[in-house]
Write a protein that binds this ligand. Structure first.
Ligand SMILES: Cc1ncc(COP(=O)(O)O)c(C=O)c1O
Length: 404
């Protein structure tokens, strides 16, 4: 490690809160699937900033839109209107088939906004007694880091020491539709879940699960909220992961890749009834729907579609999965994934995924361990077959213990 990298890490460690434990690689530049550290070493990015950089690092068309908008107008607040918000709404509605949109910034804010909104919908439209609304969530969920969101986390690290928590949530096992049905009460206003649990280690529910949840929500008149902040915008080889089961949520949350990684932009998408309960003064954000965010998001959506990234995710993802599954290694317990949302789960005896991420890093691949034993693989959706093959050679070497 150079002195420059060591100094930067030292300063971070001295002045920053230690709420992350990053690999000790200090990145300075990115382009497409690659990032470079301060020493000039190139890496293939297999995390994509937790799927925020689906379009690849520093996509030139998104950059162009950002620079052009930044030199015209960046922020007006919603006290005034701006000329980017309406086209952003139109293009996002056309892309996703939504009727109403609430623009926010981070993913957690989109989740918070959905929780607030469905509660209000429950009281005003469903007639649930005041302060009694319940939302059903799934164990091992990840929806962000705010107090209300960690109130229904089942991860001790996410919750520990942060109480008192927000009430009004019931937890059922992910993938178990019968348990969800049993948890519904007259006060249930919504279910909130990820179509594939990302942070839990790319956990794919059994076939038919989302369809059954959809049926239950329709039968019982409750709102189905899908958090597609990580799975959405092409990551799984479809625009939204719900499409794999042919279902449509009532409320869909997107974020991350909505800006291609340039800027925090998230959105709550819904039918008119649910978001229709919000009236002036009841919800908002200084930066939500600002012209810079809207211009960036418009370009990010456009390149995703125009450059065929969603189909590429399906094709390269299927190939990557098949080839990973073919690696003969006694370290590997399971390989799973959909599109370019992939994971290699190691046996506990392998000694933890982090050491393999360190070895991958030494071979030019940045990947992230999750939940101790799983290596998550989620490269930008612009990855080519040759780049997948290059990555596979390195995964093979690390997983089989061979020398590069
Ligand atoms: C499914 C899901 N929901 C919500 C979030 C929170 O998003 P943010 O970190 O932008 O608040 C994440 C982030 O990883 C996520 O994966």
């Amino acid at each position: 490690m150079t002195q420059q990298a060591a100094d930067l890490i030292g300063t971070e460690s001295r002045l920053g809160a230690h709420n992350y434990k990053p690999l000790d690689v200090v990145l300075a530049r990115g382009e497409g699937v690659y990032v470079w550290d301060v020493e000039g070493n190139r890496y293939l990015d297999c995390l994509s900033a937790y799927s925020a950089v689906n379009q690849g690092h520093c996509h030139p068309k998104i950059l162009e839109a950002m620079v052009a908008q930044a030199s015209k107008l960046t922020l007006t607040s919603r006290a005034f209107r701006n000329d980017q918000l309406a086209p952003f709404y139109e293009e996002l509605a056309a892309l996703t088939g939504s009727h109403k949109i609430l623009p926010m910034n981070s993913g957690a804010e989109a989740v918070e906004s959905a929780i607030k909104t469905v509660r209000k919908w429950g009281y005003e439209v469903r007639g649930v007694p005041e302060n009694q609304a319940e939302i059903i969530v799934c164990s091992d969920n990840f929806h962000g880091r705010t107090i209300s969101v960690v109130s229904f986390s089942t991860d001790p690290d996410a919750r520990g020491g942060f109480g008192p928590f927000t009430p009004g949530f019931r937890t059922v096992p992910f993938g178990d539709a019968a348990a969800m049905e049993a948890a519904i009460t007259p006060n249930t206003v919504a279910v909130l879940l990820e179509p594939i649990q990302g942070e839990a280690g790319v956990v794919i529910p059994p076939p038919g699960y989302l369809r059954r949840v959809r049926e239950l929500c329709t039968e019982r008149g409750i709102v189905m909220i899908l958090d597609e902040i990580q799975t959405g915008l092409g990551r799984t080889g479809k625009l939204l992961a719900e499409e794999h089961e042919g279902v449509e949520a009532d409320v869909t949350l997107i974020g991350k890749a909505l800006s291609g990684g340039f800027y925090p932009v998230s959105a709550v998408l819904s039918n008119s009834e649910v978001l229709g309960v919000l009236k002036p003064g009841q919800h908002g954000s200084t930066f939500g729907g600002n012209p810079l965010a809207c211009a960036v998001a418009r370009a990010a959506m456009r390149v995703l579609v125009e450059e065929g990234m969603i189909d590429n995710a399906a094709a390269q993802g299927a190939y990557f999965l098949e080839q990973l599954a073919g690696i003969r290694s006694n370290l590997v317990r399971e390989v799973r994934g959909r599109g370019l949302m992939l994971a290699v789960e190691l046996h506990p005896e392998a000694g933890g995924a982090r050491r393999y991420c360190e070895q991958l890093r030494a071979r030019g691949i940045l990947a992230k361990d999750t939940h101790d034993h799983t290596i998550r693989i989620a490269p930008p959706l612009v990855i080519t077959r040759e780049q997948v093959d290059w990555a596979l050679e390195r995964f093979d070497a690390v997983l089989t213990g061979a020398q590069a």
